[in-house]
Design a protein around this ligand. Sequence first.
Ligand code: NDP
Ligand code: HSE
Length: 420
Amino acid sequence: VRPLNIGIAGLGTVGAGTVRLLQDNAALITARAGRPIRIAAVSARDRARERGLNLSGIVWAHDPQDMIANCDVIVELIGGAEGPARDLVEAALAAGTPVVTANKALLALHGATLAAHGTPLAFEAAVAGGIPAIKTLREGLAANQVTRIAGILNGTCNYILTTMREEGRDFAAVLADAQALGYAEADPAFDIDGVDAAHKLAILAVLAFGHPVDFAAIPVEGIRRVSALDIAFATELGYRIKLLGLAACTPAGVQLRVHPAMVPAASLLAGVEGVFNAVLFEGDAAGPIFLQGRGAGAGPTASAVVADLIDLVRGRHLPIWGQAALTPARAVPLAEHVGAYFLRLMVTDQPGVLADVTSALRDHGISLASMLQHGRKPGEAVPIVLVTHECSDAAIAAALGVIAAQEAVLEAPTLIRIEP
Ligand code: NDP
Ligand code: HSE
């Protein structure tokens, strides 16, 4: 039986994990694929680097594009929306060579252009690592109008938020751990500023709703400003803070947003801890579907890469976005979001401060659900926490503008959206 010859570009966390998985599980992968998947060639920047891999009998390509002519499938695990990864994927697809990739940045920014080649392009590993999120959406929920996605889509952020809460450690020290464990992207700003989660959310939203997404228009806020104090208040109020990717498709259009959010401590999303990822899909026929698993690291990501390879060997492939053409939809701005909000202010402890703050909320039609202040330090800085009933993002933003300008408000207010 002729093997499927593949070329793997990139031998970092995911590339090396993919080589190991193909070698360690060769017999069962062959049985499931129907023929062997053979690593014909590999490419990385530094040939001399010790990777702990057995690469004997495998051609080393100094230029990853040299693999296209001699391989049935190219596996792109270099990363980055531009540069060598994009050049390789474009060249392979243009040559009619199918591509498997874990590159969410490339898909989120250039997916439409790549799809236009009409060559198979598989990217299960690009979203939520080992969780078959794309397969679930594109195949399992193919008969549904999906109306909502809520996801914990970045393992680094979830690991940081979980560890900060459990161990009371600083953001910077916990981030360094996540980098050492191979969870964080080469540029960790992509993780902690929410960009990586937004890449994944954009991919899921296109698949779920069948509408194109303008990545640059997605409102994105990361976790740099989430403090130990806010984590403690969230716990006291019965919530956990998570970085969420949220997408909804309603008659008003499609809304995508990525930001820290408070979720009830008893909810499924709150129970997703450490580097684990989760996605919640709501289909009109199937109802809610919740998937949880490891979203980063060598093994889980390689698991998804190899599953795509097995699909390709078996001849199972669908249009990249699950349908031949996407239909445009209105992008609903964040200002139209309606929900409850957690506000934390650092204020001077003096008479009338709370009255001024609540007047600003009243003037913008915002009703309060609860309030917290611990202790008393006359004339000194104290935190006060306000939880609102449902109101619009536009209203809370306007009220915060007034509140932030008040003399007794000592630093920029913290606002965290509360999700049901
Ligand atoms: P790494 O930085 O660990 O590895 C990148 C690899 O690409 C390295 O082996 C590097 O070579 C190689 N490389 C860089 N430039 C070139 C080039 N010009 N030609 C050939 N090879 C090159 O990245 P990851 O493995 O973490 O990530 C790979 C992809 O997978 C990214 O798209 C990432 O977003 C995605 N991903 C990562 C996950 C993770 O948990 N890490 C999870 C899900 C997706 P050298 O080793 O010689 O420097
Ligand atoms: N840096 C990413 C994360 C890797 O932390 O989730 C998985 O895409």
